[in-house]
Design a protein around this ligand. Structure first.
Ligand SMILES: [Zn+2]
Length: 69
């Protein structure tokens, strides 16, 4: 059985979105609406491996998109 329960309080986790900050060379970018699994009880959040991978790639993408003011 692969039950998705919170290891802290033992209740079912739910699907939701969170915000995540990514460090990159010139500062920190906040990413909103990141899909995450969130515990409704304690608010602990888990990101999937794929989401984490995408977030780690984000600084590279941002660098090409953001222009210095
Ligand atoms: Zn919990």
């Amino acid at each position: 059985m692969n039950k998705d329960i919170c290891p802290i309080c033992g209740v079912d986790k739910g699907e939701g979105t969170t915000s995540f900050t990514v460090d990159f060379h010139s500062g920190v970018a906040a990413v909103r609406d990141v899909p995450a699994t969130i515990c409704g009880q304690c608010g602990e959040e888990w990101l999937s491996d794929e989401t984490t991978k995408n977030l780690k790639k984000l600084p590279l993408r941002l660098r090409s998109r953001i222009r210095k003011f």
